[in-house]
Design a protein around this ligand. Structure first.
Ligand code: SAM
Ligand code: SF4
Length: 511
């Protein structure tokens, strides 16, 4: 698909326009070929610089046969939290959405909200003293979000603003990456090493990781920051042996007072890696939250998606987690999995809710570029995915009826039906790390392969997108790259350079 943007000197970028195109034409790839050379239509968006406080945008779509051209205008008004930048984006989005809906006959449930973090937009209005009712109405009428999604995201933003209070500048969190798994699931495109040869890197990976944990925690101490949450994620962190797990946890314990953490998560994940001894060690060394995931309890679907475990394995692992005494158990499910219909999903959800996990996360199946499903050419892109839609709707209704509330949300590109991922919680068990990470409340330091340290300074401002300074420091993506530095001296020099970047950031933005 060819997309052209003339942004008229505003800050609207091509990525935003392309993201909206991906919603309207799922699975689309972008190229410079005009409509008559490719099977897809060509899109052109022209924004006219502000005139009398109004920004106009025109979207034109043609496939060589049909042509649709629609103009929309948005007035900027600081009293209505519509800055010129926001008004330009809204005008461009509204014009393209209207033309796209006309062209395709499809109405996306999230309107012109294309970002990963829709709660931030709701929060911007709540912060500007809009009532929840007015925020919902803005989302419906100006962002064209379905009423139930507008209500969901406003509820989450209001809760997250409360949860984040007191955790801004001065606090940070710490993410530790274990990108290894016992085997590879067919639908997954997270970077994770699973084959025997790659798993053999694990011992040297743990050595390097422990060094980085020590150094990162020393840096955090020297910056005078307090660690609010620790999250050990993957991959599958419980792929580590008991000894390896103990070693990683002991480096964390040495570097900070784990009893002062608001939350300490071990994302165990795959039931086939969970043992009583591993969770006993985790509990003893301060872990307060653990994930035990099944994605579905339908054994046929589990087999088809290559999870290498059964629903019985999940029940067994879940019982181990309950018996470990770890306070908070999270379970992940996926709606819209290939081969899973609404009935099967609703059975999985009902069964999991009967087990009363403190947290439950419902992801929408996401077609990732490297997943097996794409390689096998399965037709997974569809604008309307009835089973996923019913599953996602049901998850939001059933959890509410069962005493859960939604507490964090994120959207990914290429999810079936363009639906969202939502975390639900029982009262008092909100997963803080998920909120801090999604809403960019404070810095997240990160160690390990694929880990990204995100430095955040709000300089006294709070929730939302305004007045936030963000810088990212990337670690090498793959374990083999992470381990590439031959001698310890050059590896240490590289790590020190990265830590110096963080120090410079804090020197610049620290109040
Ligand atoms: C990084 S994975 C790690 C969890 C753990 N290794 C496991 O598989 O249970 C975190 C979660 O992302 C979700 N996920 C992974 N691939 C997905 C996909 N293609 N579409 C939707 N959700 C996905 C799953 O619910 C998974 O539990
Ligand atoms: S879904 Fe989890 S266990 Fe499966 S490959 Fe991805 S990260 Fe590993």
């Amino acid at each position: 698909m060819k997309v052209t943007l003339n942004n008229g000197g505003t800050a609207v970028n091509l990525y935003y326009i392309q993201s909206l195109c991906m919603t309207l034409w799922p699975g689309v790839r972008f190229s410079n070929k005009a409509a008559n050379e490719s099977l897809e239509p060509s899109i052109k968006v022209d924004i006219t610089a502000e005139e009398g406080g109004v920004i106009r945008a025109r979207a034109t779509i043609t496939d060589g046969k049909a042509l649709v051209s629609i103009e929309r205008s948005v007035a900027f008004d600081p009293a209505e939290a519509r800055t010129p930048e926001r008004a330009a984006k809204m005008a461009a989005g509204a014009a393209l959405l209207a033309a796209g809906m006309h062209f395709t006959g499809y109405t996306p449930s999230w309107g012109i909200l294309t970002g990963v973090r829709p709660a931030k937009v709701a929060a911007d209005y709540l912060r500007a003293s809009f009532s929840p009712a007015k925020t919902r109405s803005v989302l419906r009428n100006e962002y064209f979000v379905y009423p139930k999604k507008a209500a969901l995201v406003t509820e989450i933003a209001a809760l997250d603003m409360k949860l984040a209070r007191g955790f801004y500048d001065g606090f940070c969190s710490f993410y530790i990456s274990i990108p290894f798994c016992p085997s590879r699931c067919a639908y997954c495109s997270f970077v994770s090493y699973a084959s025997g040869k790659l798993l053999s890197l694990l011992p040297s990976y743990i050595d390097a990781l422990c060094k980085e944990i020590d150094e990162k925690l020393a840096l955090i101490r020297s910056l005078g920051l307090r660690v609010a949450t620790v999250y050990i994620g993957g991959g599958t962190p419980t792929v580590l042996s008991e000894e390896q797990l103990k070693r990683v946890l002991s480096h964390i314990e040495r570097g900070l007072d784990v009893s002062l953490l608001s939350e300490y998560t071990l994302e165990a994940g795959r039931p086939d890696t969970i043992t009583s001894e591993k969770l006993r060690i985790a509990k003893r060394m301060g872990v307060t939250r653990v994930s035990v995931n099944t994605q579905t309890i339908n054994d046929d679907v589990l087999r088809a998606i290559g999870r290498s475990h059964t629903s019985r394995d999940f029940y067994r692992a879940y019982e181990i987690a309950v018996n470990s005494g770890i306070d908070c158990i999270n379970t992940d499910l996926i709606a819209g999995l290939p081969g899973e219909d609404f009935i099967s999903f609703s059975k999985s959800l009902d069964k999991v809710i009967d087990m009363h996990p403190e947290n439950l996360t419902v992801h929408t199946f996401c077609v990732k570029k490297s997943s097996e499903f794409l390689r096998h050419g399965e037709q997974v892109y569809a604008r309307i995915h009835k089973d996923a839609r019913k599953s996602v709707d049901y998850s939001q209704i059933k959890t509410k009826q069962s005493g859960y509330k939604p507490y964090y949300i994120y959207k990914q590109k290429n999810t079936v039906g363009n639906y969202e991922n939502v975390g639900f919680t029982l009262d008092g068990y909100e997963g803080f790390y998920n909120v801090f990470m999604m809403e960019e409340i404070h810095t997240i330091f990160a160690a390990g392969a694929g880990a990204v340290t995100k430095l955040v300074s709000r300089r006294g401002s709070d929730f939302g997108t305004q007045d936030v300074y963000i810088e990212r420091i990337f670690n090498p993506k793959y374990p083999y790259e992470y381990l590439k530095e031959k001698d310890e001296a050059s590896a240490a020099r590289l790590r020190a350079e990265k830590n110096a970047k963080a120090e410079a950031f804090y020197a610049r933005y620290w109040r």
